[in-house]
Design a protein around this ligand. Structure first.
Ligand code: PAD
Ligand code: ZN
Length: 382
């Protein structure tokens, strides 16, 4: 594949490069030449070096979660700043950065609040596929292409708002740190910020993909005494055990509902349950797995668009709680670059979450790997 066409004076020019276009759901991505516009004021154009494939990208491609198409998907990216738009001060060309699906403007009432991370400028909950000014930076075959959550990382070059870009340590290994832009903080933060798992506690994790196993790592680091892992793909069990899962359950091999088995195993229910699949039935099963009085269930998975949760309200009345967690409640730009520095300083090791690396051109193969294999995270290298 030829190199992207790029002149040395790039900041005001269009770059023509390769990107993976999702023209429709339920079809392979198409690798095509796209034109990437220069960054407008407050925007940053980034040369992507690596990108993870997240369950959220898979849900969108499978048609379960709706976003405007045709689009360039991908939101778990690591790259190098190529050029900056007017007024950008926090990064400069040559900086290593991560892209974040949740921005942090550091000005809105949500960003200024000590808790939570839902910046008023986020686009995840009702994605428009456009930049904040209502336009797109991508064109393919004369047609405007939407972005994903203001990021789009399945492309050699992307344009992201400065408020969704985090400058990271110059020593960061760029083939590894892309998972710090979504899977790792989502999993760690669900444990440390949302659930606040306590030493000696019991936990159950529904879904042992890249995010679920980051949850497992967080539970282990918090000193949980028992971590039950639930998945229908038993190929996930050996890596899950290696990262701290003490008991593995495949709901399809049980004679009774998995939540009943979890309750029996833990004398009435776990202290903390995590749903990391994206399915309303398993959210309810996770909630029912919690201890009646002080059990906390954290919903991390993104259930299909327009689906509805339905459960007997008596489940919540006796003091169980159900909480949601996006990007682990981390204020992205303020907190995640510090996680990268901790990783570089070997305070934790998330490399086992990356089981596969493929060249970007093999992106469809990478999606196949996520369907039912032993792949945890496949990282695309550009
Ligand atoms: P993944 O596809 O790597 O892992 C999902 C796992 O769930 C796989 O191991 C499946 O085998 C397993 N699974 C599927 N169906 C069932 C079932 N019925 N019962 C038991 N196990 C099942 O995805 P991921 O780890 O990248 O993402 C997991 C979810 O988290 C997904 O819904 C994604 O959209 C969501 C997510 N949320 C955030 C957030 O900020 N809240 C961030 C990133 C991903
Ligand atoms: Zn904000």
């Amino acid at each position: 594949m030829e190199q992207a066409e790029i002149s040395t004076e790039t900041s005001s020019t269009v770059i023509t490069c390769w990107a993976a276009i999702a023209w429709t759901a339920n079809a392979p991505l198409s690798i095509e030449k796209v034109e990437v516009d220069p960054p407008k004021p407050g925007e940053v154009r980034i040369k992507i070096i690596s990108s993870g494939l997240c369950g959220t990208d898979k849900h969108i491609l499978d048609g379960k979660n709706k976003v405007p198409l045709p689009a360039i998907l991908g939101h778990e990216g690591a790259g190098i700043v190529e050029s900056i738009g007017e007024g950008v001060t926090s990064v400069k060309p040559g900086d290593k950065v991560l892209t974040f699906p949740i921005p942090e403007c550091k000005e809105c009432q949500f960003c200024l609040h000590p808790k939570g991370n839902m910046c008023l400028k986020e686009k995840v909950l009702s994605p428009t596929g456009l930049m904040l000014d209502g336009t797109s930076r991508f064109t393919c075959r004369g047609r405007k292409i939407y972005n994903l959550f203001g990021t789009s990382t399945f492309t050699e070059y992307t344009v992201v708002h400065e408020i969704a870009v985090g400058k990271i340590d110059a020593a960061a290994p760029m083939d590894k740190v892309c998972i710090m832009s979504c899977a790792v903080p989502t999993g760690f933060g669900a444990v440390f910020n949302t659930a606040r798992v306590t030493p000696g506690s019991t936990c159950v994790v529904f879904g042992l993909g890249g995010v679920g196993l980051a949850v497992v790592m967080g539970c282990k680091a918090s000193g949980a005494s028992r971590i039950i892992g639930v998945d229908i793909n038993e190929k996930k069990f050996p890596p899950a055990r290696a990262l701290g899962v003490t008991d593995c359950l495949n709901p399809r091999n049980l004679k009774k509902p998995v939540q009943e088995v979890v309750k029996e195993m833990t004398g009435g229910g776990v202290d903390f349950a995590f749903e990391v699949i994206g399915n309303t039935d398993t959210v309810v099963a996770a909630l029912e797995s919690c201890h009646m009085s002080y059990g906390v269930c954290v919903m991390v998975g993104e259930s299909p668009s327009n689906s509805r949760l339905s459960f007997d309200p008596i489940l919540l009345l006796p003091e169980r709680s159900l909480k949601g967690s996006i990007m682990g409640e981390y204020k992205t730009r303020s907190c995640i670059p510090k996680l990268v520095t901790d990783y570089i300083q070997k305070k934790f090791n998330t490399d086992p979450l990356i089981t596969h690396q493929l060249p970007f051109q093999k992106i469809n193969e990478a999606f196949e790997l996520l369907h039912g294999g032993y792949c945890i995270r496949c990282v695309l290298l550009f």
